[in-house]
Design a protein around this ligand. Structure first.
Ligand code: SAM
Ligand code: SF4
Length: 340
């Protein structure tokens, strides 16, 4: 006897790419703007997109809804700095309420958390990733070009008080800049019971004032610095993400490493990214993309057209990225426009 396929299931194609990878995680950039200018993320004289080119909050919500109807379980809001977009809480509430979504999470530089952490939690954001590259105020200013360390540390405390399911710190480690702070950053995370991930710099966007290769610090070097003080035992992770996680015997926190250069995680990739101008990027390290803004604006309110465009786009997802620090950057967009 033939199995009966319920109509809802038949009408909802899962997002599976040509290599059998199921896409169930979308990272949405809600703005390319930011109140910081981190040296590895932006050029000093960054040009931001004019307003008409960026998706409205309603358009972003429509794309999120289409993805969730296609089986996406997790959405991360990022940027730029997502918390500088006016009315971002409205978008959080809309997305968090989508039936079928398992979690809405957000990545932030922490600058707005003192005033926004409780409201974000109430709006349905479950977890936060907060960037923190240095515990030295002068150095923090140099790395972010304009950031105030005290404001971010207070923001981290506000996030811990607001009751998120998890707060994780992200640190990009650069040789000669903050590689001597790896143990201090780890200690900061241990004291607060937050996970921490150390990230290798990725060559996104052209920078004439910096030599990315000269300050590159591999995850292997960071792990060696930590192992001089703490035993690290690898733990499995089923998030399909790029990070490899470890635990220490005397702490509950996880220590992650994102190593796009030394650890190719492409075969497990379960994610796509939406830029704020509505470009659906199928891979962080490739330019393959689909223009969802054109679909949204040529067929306003046409959910079926949007869903069809997303399903077609998944076909474009490339097999892997090819980052090479020694070569000219092949990816010309900066991380803030990509949605890191
Ligand atoms: N503004 C928010 C923040 O800083 O957390 C969210 C957006 S930011 C682009 C997301 C993450 O990307 C941050 O943790 C940042 O450190 C990281 N990032 C930015 N540029 C990068 C690069 N070139 N290589 C590796 N990580 C980068
Ligand atoms: Fe802004 Fe985040 Fe990029 Fe820093 S890493 S410039 S905080 S978007």
């Amino acid at each position: 006897m033939n199995a009966i396929v319920p109509p809802a299931a038949a009408a909802t194609p899962a997002l599976v790419d040509r290599f059998g990878r199921r896409v169930d995680y979308v990272r949405i950039s809600v703005t390319d703007r930011c109140d910081f200018r981190c040296v590895y993320c932006m050029a000093e004289d960054m040009q931001f997109l004019p307003r008409r080119e960026i998706l409205s909050l309603e358009e972003l919500a429509a794309v999120a809804e289409a993805f969730v109807s296609l089986g996406v379980k997790k959405i991360r809001l990022t940027g730029g700095e997502p918390l500088v977009r006016h009315d971002v809480l409205w978008l959080c509430e809309r997305i968090a309420a989508l039936p079928g979504l398992r979690e809405l999470v957000l990545t932030t530089n922490g600058s707005q958390l003192v005033k926004m952490a409780p409201a974000l939690r109430r709006a349905g954001v479950k977890r936060l990733n907060i960037s923190l590259d240095s515990l030295d105020a002068r150095r923090f200013r140099a790395l972010t070009r304009v950031g105030e360390l005290a404001q971010v540390l207070a923001g981290i405390d506000a996030a811990l008080d607001a009751g998120f399911e998890r707060v994780k710190l992200n640190s990009v480690i650069l040789r000669g800049n903050n590689d001597d702070e790896v143990l201090a950053l780890l200690e900061f995370a241990r004291e607060r019971g937050t996970d921490i991930t150390f990230i290798e710099e990725m060559p996104l966007g052209r920078m004439d004032d910096r030599d990315r290769a000269a300050s590159f610090c591999s995850s292997e070097e960071v792990r060696a610095l930590i192992r001089a003080r703490h035993a690290l035992a690898a733990v499995g992770d089923d998030s399909g993400g790029p990070a490899r996680y470890y635990r220490m015997p005397d702490s509950a926190i996880r220590v992650g490493f994102i190593s796009p250069h030394s650890h190719n995680f492409c075969h497990l990739c379960n994610r796509v990214r939406l830029t704020v101008e509505g470009r659906l990027l199928l891979c962080l390290g490739n330019e393959h993309s689909a223009d969802l803004r054109a679909v949204l604006r040529e067929h306003p309110g046409d959910r079926a057209a949007l869903i069809a465009a997303i399903v077609r786009a998944i076909e474009l997802k490339p097999e892997r990225h090819h980052f090479d620090l020694a070569a000219e950057p092949q990816i010309v967009r900066f991380m803030n426009t990509t949605g890191g």
